[in-house]
Design a protein. Structure first.
Length: 506
């Protein structure tokens, strides 16, 4: 009977882990499981640091003791977590401790390694969907910090591991954050981009578009092409830019048109949100829960704000016009004050000669310049035709549903020269009137836009438009930067058939 009782006791042993279990030599106590990643043996728990008396987030990597391959993966995950401990960004929690794999219970029981991080108050990302999919601008605003964290991690040569919704929590101030760090060893940087697209798709539609998602989330409906149906098709109020961003992120950076960087995702998200979106959320101060409020009330508040803003704007406009009128009158009226001096200088100085122009300068290389990272550069294979001088050919942008800078800040063509030149003007031949161009100098063929210098601008006329350039130091690189496209009504596109550069005589 004793043996039978012992066998019964063995069979009734509760599965590990369970609430109340202690980890890290008794320092961390498990409180409640808040999620799991079933793609691997990862359990996500809320725990308690008994030394510092604070809640912590615990990512448990569990492996059967008799499975050497799984144990090796767990050890690899621990090493990867240690390398990620130096990452500090608003979109990811700070890692506090890493516990090496240790066996739990009897010798044949599982072993577990643990990543300890600060606890994120607020709610789980999926809890935002209790009332249905979010308003598009709110979904974009929530995910901005997470996209920034992906960008920071990749710039540091790390992988964030934000490709599972149970790992993400939302703070009381409406910021999505990686709450359970420690990506599995097989996770790659491209998986972070897929994760961002999947989170956006989830918040816009309420469906999860990637395989092996949480069983509590409905899978995304699949179209005839084998890909998830676009959020705009499922919800017409979703802007095309956000729908396209979600689908291109899910497609992955290795595909044609796929999004490549977290910075590109963040840029589009920021362009599709505004400060007024705060009205659509409120925080429960007692529980730290974030939940939607009445959209009609938020709309009324926005209308009030808009009315007040327009009143202030109208008053300011009248004041500015009045001040400008006084200044114009004072120019033509002798008031006895100090005379107006324009470009005064020594009377014996000869007037500066007009610049003497030499002929056109040859361009060594031309390439599409697109710092957004959103898909492949527009018609890169055609950009070389700009130097052929054939009016029947040329280069064009893609057709955009909305005008710049909604989906992209702009798009350009970078010209490279054999040696630095002192450019005096750029001549653009185009059948796309209304296109607004900036001419910028650069110090490299692929700089950040903020590192370029504006030297000229123009709105294109039909045919050829000559754009004079301000004098400056010689440069090997000129950027023809489009800030506004031609066209309208869901079809915004510009075409350029020829580019010519003139330089000052030396």
């Amino acid at each position: 009977m004793t043996e039978s009782g012992g066998a019964q006791t063995h069979r009734s042993r509760p599965p590990w882990p369970t609430p109340g279990c202690a980890l890290g030599r008794g320092r961390y106590r498990l409180l409640s499981e808040v999620g799991r990643d079933d793609r691997c043996a990862v359990r996500l728990w809320r725990g308690r640091d008994l030394v510092l008396e604070r809640d912590v987030a615990l990512t448990l990597f569990i492996a059967a003791s008799r499975d050497p391959a799984t144990v090796a993966l767990v050890r690899s995950a621990v090493g990867r977590a240690l390398r990620s401990a130096r990452l500090e960004t608003a979109g990811a929690v700070r890692m506090l401790d890493v516990l090496e794999a240790e066996r739990r219970g009897d010798p044949d029981g599982p072993s577990a390694a643990v990543v300890v991080a600060e606890w994120t108050p607020g709610c789980a990302l999926v809890d935002l969907l209790d009332g249905g999919p979010l308003p598009p601008a709110v979904a974009a605003r929530v995910l901005v910090p997470l996209a920034g964290a992906v960008d920071a991690a990749h710039n540091a040569g790390l992988v964030l591991g934000c490709d599972h919704p149970d790992r993400i929590r939302v703070t009381p101030d409406r910021q999505a954050r990686l709450a359970f760090p420690g990506p599995v060893p097989t996770t790659e940087p491209r998986d972070d981009i897929l994760g961002l697209g999947a989170m956006l798709y989830l918040l816009l539609t309420g469906c999860w578009p990637l395989p092996e998602g949480p069983p509590t989330l409905p899978p995304a409906p699949i179209g005839h092409n084998g890909l998830p149906i676009s959020p705009t098709t499922l919800r017409p109020e979703v802007p095309v830019e956000l729908s396209t961003l979600a689908l291109r992120s899910i497609a992955g950076p290795g595909t044609n048109g796929g999004v490549r960087t977290g910075a590109a995702v963040r840029q589009v998200l920021e362009l599709n949100t505004s400060a007024e979106d705060d009205d659509l959320f409120s925080a429960d101060a007692r529980g730290g829960r974030v939940h939607p409020v009445d959209p009609r009330r938020a709309q009324r508040r926005r209308r009030i704000k808009f009315g007040v803003s327009m009143t202030v704007l109208g008053t300011a406009t009248l004041l500015i016009l009045g001040y400008a009128g006084v200044q114009v009158v004072s120019v033509f009226t002798d008031t006895g004050g100090t005379p107006l001096v324009v470009a005064a200088g020594p009377t014996n100085r000869a007037p500066a000669p007009s610049p003497v122009l030499s002929g056109p300068v040859g361009v060594r290389h031309v390439a599409v310049y697109d710092p957004s990272g959103l898909g492949s550069p527009d018609h890169q294979k055609d950009v070389g035709k700009l130097l052929e001088g054939n009016p029947g050919t040329g280069w064009s942008t893609d057709s955009y549903f909305q005008q710049f800078p909604v989906y992209k800040k702009g798009l350009g063509v970078m010209l490279s020269f054999e040696a630095p030149i002192a450019a005096s003007s750029v001549t653009v031949t185009s059948p796309s009137p209304g296109t607004v161009l900036e001419i910028r100098t650069a110090t490299s063929a692929n700089p950040r836009l903020d590192d370029t210098t504006l030297v000229g601008t123009a709105t294109l006329r039909p045919g050829s438009t000559r754009i004079p350039l301000r004098a400056g130091p010689p440069t090997r690189y000129l950027l023809v930067w489009i800030t506004r496209l031609s066209g309208g009504q869901d079809h915004h596109q510009s075409r350029i058939t020829k580019l010519g550069v003139q330089q000052r005589a030396t």
